[in-house]
Design a binder for this molecule. Structure first.
Ligand code: SF4
Length: 333
């Protein structure tokens, strides 16, 4: 364990020059903090298991009801989108394309249409690329190692870890925003500051993860769920929290509640994201047999034509639309 294990040294004011006695006291404090975290983790796991069993949301990809591919699709859809919003999209998607090979054979237009208003539609195209790789390289079976998963198109550390844990029951720390927030509050007594996960956060996540694989899956899913519905970013519901008695952040009076290193999220109204969404939505919902949107109808979608054209160009660059010779637009074939 290094000097900053659990960031515990940062919980206390550490002077730049210290005498031997101060060093000894600081080292003891770190050891005490680490021991406290390690000792508390099994008690916390027990409480979280009981809480999960009584309170977990009944999402259709949970409780062993989805294939590994279905779990992966749910994880990709849930990035930057609330899980409760994802449910109808995931159900319709899995009904149409139950496995990777089915999705690999779909047209780009169908994929973009089915992605609907989930947002960040490039994820849909990456998911289809992933499906093509799984279908071709692995005969439609999702590979079972972290290294193989993370090498698939569009699959990063988080999704690969989540699939290893939730679909394959392997012991691996899953590190998403919710888990980081909960672990940082409970064990370090401070806010996780956003941005990329720090080495300290990764070390903490690995150290408090139960050794037993099935207990580690329960830990990952219950900590994540607690972060989604109780230990939320701005107003944590500490009075309803099953681990309130173990939480250093609560004990310390919720210092710096809601603090983030990252900039506040950009407002949506008037942004390129909104304009891109409007254009895509118009193409997804073309009436009857109409397959393209004429230029005059395109221009009626957004008043600022400079912004509109720049968004159309970026959608084209991303492979999400096609611009025809007469300026009309359509979804890619
Ligand atoms: S007590 Fe409050 S801050 Fe601590 S884990 Fe529970 S909800 Fe989060």
């Amino acid at each position: 364990m290094n000097d900053t294990a659990y960031g515990i040294s940062r919980l206390r004011a550490v002077p730049s020059a210290r005498n031997d006695e101060e060093e000894r006291v600081a080292a003891c404090a770190r050891t005490d903090g680490e021991s406290r975290a390690v000792a508390a983790a099994p008690r916390i796991a027990k409480r979280l298991t009981a809480w999960w069993e009584a309170n977990a949301r009944d999402l259709p990809w949970r409780f062993g009801r989805a294939t590994p591919w279905g779990v992966l699709v749910s994880e990709v859809m849930s990035q930057q989108t609330q899980m409760s919003r994802v449910v109808p999209y995931w159900q319709a998607w899995m009904e149409l394309w139950p496995d990777a090979t089915a999705l690999a054979g779909a047209s780009t237009a169908e994929v973009i249409t089915m992605w609907g208003r989930l947002g960040y539609p490039r994820r849909a195209l990456r998911l289809q690329e992933c499906a093509q790789a799984v279908s071709e390289r692995y005969a439609d079976e999702l590979p079972r190692t972290y290294e193989q998963l993370v090498a698939l198109p569009g699959i990063g550390d988080y999704t690969a870890s989540a699939v290893m844990s939730f679909a394959f029951g392997r012991r691996i720390a899953v590190i998403d925003t919710n888990i980081r927030r909960v672990l940082s509050r409970v064990f370090l007594g401070k806010e996780s500051m956003g941005g990329a996960a720090s080495a300290t956060e990764r070390e903490l996540a690995n150290t408090v993860l139960p050794q037993d694989p099935s207990a580690s899956v329960m830990w990952n899913q219950s900590v994540m769920e607690l972060g989604a519905v109780v230990c939320v970013a701005k107003k944590p519901l500490c009075e309803r929290c099953p681990i309130a008695g173990e939480c250093l952040f609560l004990e310390s009076g919720l210092p710096g509640l809601g603090e983030k290193r990252t900039r506040p999220r950009q407002r949506f109204q008037g942004t390129d994201r909104q304009v891109r969404g409007i254009v895509l939505n118009a193409l997804r919902t073309l009436p009857g047999a109409q397959t393209s949107l004429p230029r005059e109808q395109v221009e009626s979608l957004w008043k600022d034509h400079v912004q509109l054209d720049s968004c159309i160009a970026s959608l084209d660059e991303d492979g999400l639309i096609e611009i025809l010779a007469d300026g009309s637009l359509r979804l890619p074939r």
